[in-house]
Design a protein around this ligand. Structure first.
Ligand code: KG4
Ligand code: ZN
Length: 336
């Protein structure tokens, strides 16, 4: 069955057509030009840009896939979590198409999309596996024991890793979005120039994360260096590299600890931060050392896209699940 997927949870409008796990088309329209000067996503502007982009993107995805709307067997759209005004644009478009074409509709949780992105390229992943979803809004570890069977093992207690990347990049005046900017300049810096300490949770067993501490540490370091007149290019690249090193090590350590504790057969990472070069290398290395395979999706499947939504939606539709056209958008909704 051909599934049309629509994603509009944050600042990316995306549409895709998949046939099972085969991607026939996957288009993404970023809005970086809109939000860049604010240093973060402005919800109202995001919704308005989604409105402009949604129809051309859906038409473009159908055209690129070489199919007509009448060939589509079902429509899937992200309904949670995200910015409600943004979610509503994609969700309403999907419902309209389903109603007009008289085909089934299903809402997909964005996190479930990320968690299954690797399967689009790698097919079946050995079960159970540990999935790390690390993005601008989430940093969560799951034990995945089957499709739709997720247990949340740990999550950030404050900022998401991507949010920390964006805020540190803003402070270092590296531009927006911050993750790719830090990733790029870090190769020129010394990752050991500054040491940041891990949060103390008073609970040795926890698989939770916290990134507000390192964010504040970077802020204080920047302030002190600025007082000494030492904030120049060297400081910026060393600080970026040291911050990235801290985040990558923290994410990797927790992921591998979870894999060992739950005797996982594989490790999967996904979400925008999973596009980070160092994280991709480090996870692959650490998983190899632990004797388990790692699955790291291609960059375009790590960041927000509609192929992952179409894939997950398609699997549920194939199993007979459907949602009513009254399904609402939800800002916060965990899985597992
Ligand atoms: O999954 P995503 O596209 O959207 C959300 O669901 O949040 O993730 C966006 C986040 C942003 O915070 C962005 O700075 C971060 O992913 N990101 C990166 C990289 N590419 C995107 N962080 C670190 N390194 C990257 N290469
Ligand atoms: Zn995302």
């Amino acid at each position: 069955m051909l599934t049309l997927g629509i994603e509009s949870s944050c600042d990316e409008t995306a549409a895709a057509v998949v046939d099972g796990s085969k991607i026939l088309s996957s288009l993404v329209a970023t809005q970086h030009d809109v939000h860049e000067r604010f240093g973060g996503v402005v919800p109202e502007l995001a919704s308005r840009r989604h409105m402009e982009n949604i129809a051309p993107l859906v038409c473009g995805a159908l055209e690129k896939a070489g199919v007509k709307l009448s060939d589509i067997g079902g429509v899937a759209a992200t309904f949670a979590p995200g910015l409600v005004g943004s979610l509503l644009v994609g969700l309403s478009a999907a419902k309209g198409i389903a109603y007009a074409q008289n085909i089934p509709f299903i809402g997909v949780n964005h996190l479930e999309g990320h968690l299954n992105a690797a399967a689009l390229e790698s097919g079946e992943i050995p079960l159970p596996y540990i999935g790390l979803v690390v993005s601008g809004g989430h940093t969560s570890l799951y034990l995945v024991s089957g499709f739709g069977k997720y247990s949340l093992l740990g999550a950030t207690r404050d900022d998401a890793a991507g949010e920390a990347f964006d805020k540190v990049a803003k402070l270092l005046e590296l531009g927006y979005p911050g993750g790719p900017a830090i990733d790029k300049v870090s190769s020129k810096g010394n990752p050991k120039a500054f040491r940041f300490s891990k949060p103390n949770f008073h609970d040795d067993d926890t698989l939770d994360f916290s990134f507000s501490g390192v964010k504040t540490a970077v802020l204080l370091l920047h302030r002190d260096e600025a007082k000494k007149g030492k904030v120049g290019e060297k400081f910026t690249v060393d600080c970026a590299a040291s911050f990235q090193n801290f985040v990558v090590n923290f994410l990797t350590e927790r992921t591998i600890a979870a894999a060992k504790r739950h005797h996982a057969k594989a490790v999967v990472i996904s979400g925008g931060v999973a596009a980070n070069k160092k994280l991709r290398e480090k996870i692959a290395e650490a998983a190899k050392d632990a004797g388990i395979p790692s699955y790291v999706p291609s960059m375009h499947l790590c960041t927000d896209n509609a192929a992952m939504i179409a894939y997950v939606g398609g699997r549920y539709l194939e199993s007979g699940r459907r949602d009513a056209l009254t399904l609402n958008a939800v800002a916060n909704l965990e899985i597992g």
